[in-house]
Design a binder for this molecule. Structure first.
Ligand SMILES: NC(=O)C1=CN([C@@H]2O[C@H](COP(=O)(O)OP(=O)(O)OC[C@H]3O[C@@H](n4cnc5c(N)ncnc54)[C@H](O)[C@@H]3O)[C@@H](O)[C@H]2O)[C@@H](O)CC1
Ligand SMILES: [K+]
Length: 575
């Protein structure tokens, strides 16, 4: 017979139901995570036990994949002084009970007491002296569990912990070494919030984290050291009252932005892009950027370039129109160098026409390569960037641009703190910034979480790959702008197409994210890496990437939800 709940229980149940306990795509600050957990975790180790079960489950999967079985496998647990070490010890205990031979190496004289006792009781051997070798009793370890530090740590690893990982780091990168590494929460020693690398870090094959990602999982340079990241729901609340540091856009949102043309569409409603790309010295870049735009799905690509470059474009892309006229977005700069004065003057003219002179929206534009160094002088003339202008620097270009804007930075400094550089550049210029890093970062001029996007396979590091990205980005921007134009022509609320209902800043940032995603996926498809784990793929040329953009787009579209409309960027943190 159903019993009536007390008012307090009803309230509590309603509150629990309303509080999300998993946010797979948004990284919150460690302090906010700890603050949100504290009321539930104080005085109980039940959440540590849940964490340990998740860690052990991932270890079992890794061991089965590596050796075919768990019994008899050799596991080394690196143990720090906090609950991160507690998670690792309890996971070690669970593995020992499944027949693994487990040894723990504490980096502290005071590991978590209860977890240590339980591990010992389960048969985990605890080595007291630091023994800096991945060798267990003469045989190599199959799996290392890195439980040295988690969200409670700061600064570089202390000497005893650093000594434990030094020989493991020397054994090589993931995939090259004989053992696998599973990091608990984060690879120990990373800057948990900012993704920095203040000292040595043991790169993980896989990381098990809780409730939500941490900045270190999404931000370079630390992000690639996490390997595959599992975000586990422990029943602890997602932080509220604190903005995420970074987020990964939901593929369904990106897919919804790339609507398929309807029967009444024509090339202007699909989007027209004008490319100021290529030069006497680099004519091929024009071909790559135009091919990127066409294969990404633009209605028409116009090209402005020296005769030699235009001839090359028309030889391979006869559909390109060799004149700049009406277009919804332009791409300025691929395959150009500022030292080429006549070409730089042409680009300056295009940028002057695109940048804002007052508060109104400017011409949507990708500002790439040789156009980037022209920006400080143009801004000095009183021209203004808005979110509709997308800068696409790599670290060196970002450093030069920041320095040109009176914010001195070196390439090394940008590489050490790319998220801060991307935010700084967006803030200083007023433009949207795609910083080419691994992962790629997108910063919006109004601030908010940095978007983090997989940059694709290493094979994409090939000449001309950036020109293809610039072209694809121009195509997506043109399509999004065309959708907005079309919606503006209808009564408010009557028509909701693609990105029409989004804030300008969100629409451009999502278009940038969709382009990076298409480029990465095209690289994966072209290189054969799309076949999955274990397929290292094959070398590719930039034109191969352009050729695979349409297939990448088709695959991304397949992820769109039925009748999906892109929501605001605030939605990107949801599951
Ligand atoms: N709050 C909870 O109940 C839960 C916490 N969880 C785990 O607990 C972790 C957080 O635990 P803690 O707050 O105890 O913190 P950590 O275990 O992350 O780190 C604190 C410990 O590391 C040491 N330390 C700090 N900086 C260091 C450095 N640079 N080099 C070496 N050692 C350093 C400190 O002396 C202390 O012993 C999470 O990362 C997660 O793994 C999970 O068990 C889930 C539940
Ligand atoms: K760790």
């Amino acid at each position: 017979m159903p019993t009536a709940m007390s008012d307090a229980r009803v309230l509590e149940a309603a509150e629990c139901a309303a509080t999300p306990t998993l946010a797979r795509r948004a990284a919150y600050p460690a302090r906010a995570i700890a603050r949100a957990e504290a009321p539930l975790t104080a005085g109980t180790d039940q959440y540590m036990r849940r964490a340990a079960r998740a860690v052990a489950g991932a270890c079992l999967a890794e061991l089965r994949e590596l050796r075919g079985s768990v019994a008899g496998s050799r596991v080394l647990v690196l143990v720090g002084g906090g609950r991160n070490g507690g998670d690792a010890l309890l996971a070690g205990a669970l593995l020992a009970r499944r027949g693994a031979r487990v040894e723990a190496r504490p980096a502290t004289d005071h590991p978590h007491g209860a977890a240590l006792s339980e591990a010992r009781a389960a048969g985990v051997a605890v080595a007291d002296a630091p023994a800096p070798s991945p060798v267990l009793g003469g045989a190599a370890a199959d799996l290392i569990i890195d439980g040295l530090t988690g969200i409670g740590a700061s600064g570089p690893l202390r000497p005893r912990a650093a000594a434990l990982i030094a020989p493991l780091i020397a054994a090589g990168a993931p995939g090259e070494r004989a053992f696998r590494v599973l990091a608990v929460d984060v690879p120990s020693g990373v800057g948990v919030d900012d993704g920095s690398l203040p000292g040595p870090v043991l790169a993980a094959d896989r990381t098990v984290t809780f409730t939500c990602p941490r900045g270190a999982h999404l931000l370079p340079p630390a992000a690639p050291l996490s390997g595959r990241v599992d975000v586990v729901d422990l029943g602890l609340p997602v932080p509220t009252g604190s903005e995420p540091l970074a987020s990964v856009p939901d593929p369904a949102l990106l897919a919804a932005l790339l609507r398929a043309p309807g029967a009444t569409d024509h090339k202007y409603t699909r989007g027209v892009v004008g490319l100021h790309a290529g030069s006497e010295a680099y004519p091929g870049a024009a071909v790559l950027a135009v091919s990127g735009a066409i294969r990404a799905g633009v209605g028409m690509a116009r090209i402005q370039a020296p005769r030699r470059a235009v001839d090359l474009v028309l030889a391979s892309r006869p559909e390109a129109v060799p004149a700049i006229g009406r277009c919804q977005a332009i791409v300025v700069g691929p395959g150009t160098h500022r030292a080429d004065q006549p070409r730089a003057e042409e680009l300056r003219g295009a940028l002057r026409a695109a940048l804002r002179r007052g508060s109104g929206e400017g011409q949507w534009a990708v500002i790439d390569a040789g156009a980037l160094p022209l920006l400080p002088d143009l801004l000095g003339e009183g021209l203004i960037c808005g979110p509709e202008h997308v800068l696409t620097p790599h670290a060196g270009e970002a450093a030069a641009l920041l320095s040109g804007l009176g914010l001195p930075a070196t390439r090394e400094e940008v590489e050490a703190a790319p998220a801060s550089a991307a935010r700084g550049l967006a803030g200083a210029t007023g433009a949207t910034v795609i910083l080419k890093a691994v992962p790629a970062l997108i910063a919006r001029p109004g601030g908010g979480p940095v978007l983090s996007l997989d940059a694709g396979p290493g094979w994409l590091a090939t000449a001309g790959s950036g020109d293809v990205l610039a072209g694809a980005l121009g195509a997506v921007l043109a399509a999004v702008r065309a959708d907005r134009e079309r919606a503006e022509g209808h009564q408010r609320g009557e028509l909701s197409i693609g990105a029409a209902g989004l804030l300008l800043e969100d629409a451009v940032a999502l278009a940038a994210a969709a382009s990076v995603r298409l480029h990465a996926d095209a690289g994966r498809l072209a290189s054969g890496q799309a076949l999955g784990r274990g397929h290292e793929g094959r070398p590719i040329a930039a034109l191969d990437v352009a050729d695979h953009l349409s297939c990448a787009r088709q695959r991304l579209r397949a992820q769109a939800l039925p009748h999906d409309q892109p929501a605001s960027l605030a939605e990107t943190g949801r599951n």
